[in-house]
Design a protein around this ligand. Structure first.
Ligand SMILES: NC(=O)c1ccc[n+]([C@@H]2O[C@H](COP(=O)([O-])OP(=O)(O)OC[C@H]3O[C@@H](n4cnc5c(N)ncnc54)[C@H](OP(=O)(O)O)[C@@H]3O)[C@@H](O)[C@H]2O)c1
Length: 270
């Protein structure tokens, strides 16, 4: 039986999630990779197992489905493992506005980016507390700090919710004396991944200045290190930190005006 810890990563088939898998496996963790695209997960699992002395489980699931969290945990258990860490990362942006999108798409969005990560956290925490060790990183966003804007609808709300949720879980674990159970919200700004291809804004975002963008690797590294320190929230990168500070000091109407005028550059609200 292995003594290696297991990190369960949602949305591991691309972008930030795949980078988490690379960095945790390089640190000697086993990984359980989940997303919908099995071929991508299997390719990544092979890459990681070839490169490091670790085991990578592949669990194909669509988090929009109501029973997906239970199905993922059942597969982890069937492999004879328990979850030592979770990266709640799977996500996307829904193009369009609240008015011109279908409720089923908004409901699926809420499920994948909000209720599924919360359900997963609720179901793995008791085991972490019992074993006295746990690491949970919730991928929020800088958007969780900024005012809502045309076409951003639930994205900003959900990411803001993930920040508050992570702060609360981290505080609850500390208050209960579970010093080695940490929960961190990671709040990236613009990060190179497939996110802007999936939401159809790649052409628009290509015109944005390069200094606004970060590679996934330093974003992920900042998240892992913050979680190790027991820090409840981390905004990676100097530019993003500056922008997060601006959102706190600007008068609200001015913040809304600025985000409103800029959101056309990175949101598709048609
Ligand atoms: N990139 C940015 O600029 C940025 C900025 C701030 C925050 N974020 C956040 O970072 C997280 C990761 O995004 P990313 O930038 O890495 O985007 P990405 O490259 O498009 O990766 C998104 C991942 O989520 C998975 N996913 C999407 N829908 C899913 C579903 N229904 N069930 C299971 N998995 C699903 C995708 O896998 P499958 O398609 O294979 O299912 C993929 O692995 C998201 O939560 C996003 O909101 C990104």
């Amino acid at each position: 039986m292995t003594t290696r810890k297991l990190m369960l990563i949602t949305g591991a088939s691309a972008g930030i999630g795949a980078e988490f898998a690379r960095q945790y496996s390089a640190r000697g963790w086993d990984v359980a990779l989940t997303a919908r695209r099995t071929d991508r997960l299997e390719e990544l699992a092979k890459e990681l197992e070839d490169k490091h002395d670790i085991t990578a489980l592949v669990i194909a699931q669509d988090l929009a489905k109501a029973n997906s969290v239970d199905a993922i945990l059942k597969e982890v258990k069937a492999a004879g493992r328990h979850v030592d860490g979770v990266i709640n990362n799977a996500g996307y942006g829904l193009p369009g506005t609240f008015f011109n999108t279908k409720w089923k798409d908004q409901a699926a969005f809420m499920r994948v980016l909000y209720t599924a990560p919360i359900e997963l956290t609720h179901k793995v925490l008791p085991g972490m507390v019992e074993r006295g060790f746990g690491r949970i990183i919730n991928i929020a966003s800088l958007a969780g700090y900024t005012p809502g804007s045309n076409g951003h609808t639930l994205y900003a709300s959900v990411k803001s919710g993930m920040i508050k949720f992570s702060e609360s879980i981290n505080a609850e674990a500390k208050a209960a004396g579970h010093e080695d159970v940490h929960c961190t919200a990671l709040c990236p700004g613009f990060t190179w991944s497939e996110f802007h291809d999936v939401n159809g804004t790649r052409e628009k975002t290509k015109e944005m200045p390069s200094w606004l963008w970060m590679e996934a690797a330093p974003v992920v590294e900042a998240g892992i290190e913050a979680c190790e320190r027991g820090q409840p929230v981390i905004v990676p990168g100097a530019v993003n930190k500056g922008l997060a500070t601006l959102t706190r000091i600007l008068p609200e109407p001015l913040g809304r005006m600025m985000v409103g005028s800029q959101s056309k550059r990175f949101r598709s609200a048609d």
